[in-house]
Design a protein around this ligand. Sequence first.
Ligand code: HEM
Length: 221
Amino acid sequence: MDATATATPFSTLIRTASHERHTRAETSTFMRDLLGGRLGVDAYARYTEQLWFVYRALEDDAEALRSDPVAGPFIRSELMRTAELERDLTHLRGADWREGLEPLPTTALYADRVAECARTWPAGYIAHHYTRYLGDLSGGQIVRDRAEKIWGFTRKGDGVRFYVFGEIANPASFKRGYRELLDAVNADDREKQRIVDECKRAFSLNTAVLQELGEVFPLSA
Ligand code: HEM
């Protein structure tokens, strides 16, 4: 392992390594159109449905990972999003939102990879955990603000509950604590590098979903 990896805190390493891909996700056509107010609430609902599949994969096996020496410290009930997504979807689609709901192909691939890591490679699961939850605590708040303004959801209410972490009073301090957990991760340098690679893959899986949503909701349609 090179000296940089050893000297640099892991939280910095993973953040720096994913920076370029973050920009790609953030500036995807779908995100720009959605947050620019150029797409209808159906596109927002469709995006929220994709998140539900991903968070089910992240959270269905989370309980079993609580006692894992590597992933265990990251499992925190205040982060869990499935219940919030289900309330949002009930608001957006109605009580029978689950009926006939299928993930987009890219979403299915993403959720399958998360579930595979959760079951067979807890360190890899951390990469997916970081990519989603730290993002939701950061840029997610921008998305919430835009969604409230564009589609008129009640501030922090139904439709945007996914973005509201009611049990995290101070997101900045929570994120600091999270980075400390990353820095103390129970893995050697080789394994840390594999986690970084999995994080890049997690970003690519997100970008693929956004790309597919962009094809489902082209502006010219
Ligand atoms: C319009 C979409 C997005 C916006 C506006 C946005 C914005 C932001 C902002 C402002 C930060 C804080 C950076 C800082 O602390 O200096 C952040 C962090 C982050 N975002 Fe995003 N983001 C978006 C999409 C995404 C997506 C799609 C993902 C991946 C699923 C993602 C994952 C992350 C992660 C993991 C962090 C934490 C980086 C770290 O501090 O280690 N973001 N984002």
